[in-house]
Design a protein around this ligand. Sequence first.
Ligand code: SF4
Ligand code: SF4
Length: 220
Amino acid sequence: MLQELEFQVLEVYRILDAAVAGFAARTGLCCPDGCGHCCSSEKVEATVLECIPLAFALFRSLQAELILKRLENDGHERRCVLYRPDYTEAGVGGCTQYQYRAVVCRLFGFAGNHDRTGLPQLAMCRVMKERTRGGPATIKIDDAESPMPLFVDAGLRITTLHPALGTVRLPINMALREALLKVGIMLALTTPRTPSVLSDHEEPPNKPMFPCPPLGRRAA
Ligand code: SF4
Ligand code: SF4
């Protein structure tokens, strides 16, 4: 089931990326090269479901155990563990898992929500505000061809896939940890083991030769 959810979430990401690309092309909004201000924020949140593709990617690239250790050792750290800052320049850095980043990481700076009167408003980031003369008011958002993406729509797409995993938003490190544990357990239970080969004169051991590491912390 988790694998199916992975594909479904990736399909939502494909749709969101196309919407962001269309909106960015029409409005000219873009991030300056190397900007990582939003990733260095301690307020990035995601649902566990959004982190399922990330978790699979980390298991496939054999980085899952390392990231889990970092999440456990730096449990107090709220900044995303996947962000790599460039220590030579403040606010510059990059995502080490860009292809699998969460919903807010895809939309931030290029999306908005309805205000109290029901009108869509762009939630422009501080960096873009400084670069765009006149701020969000100068951006035409009600365009039929490439409308502004809405955070609420993206959230609904995710929630609809699996309400139990796709509704509650957690600090991104907590969401990623939960996703890694879930995917780890699933892989531990479903990955076939290689049968041990005994020579003719060997007795079978009376206990496992290779004790299983704790479920969920094994690389695939
Ligand atoms: S959304 Fe804003 S803060 Fe984030 S990378 Fe782009 S310009 Fe920088
Ligand atoms: S997942 Fe990537 S894009 Fe999102 S906050 Fe972490 S480092 Fe930034």
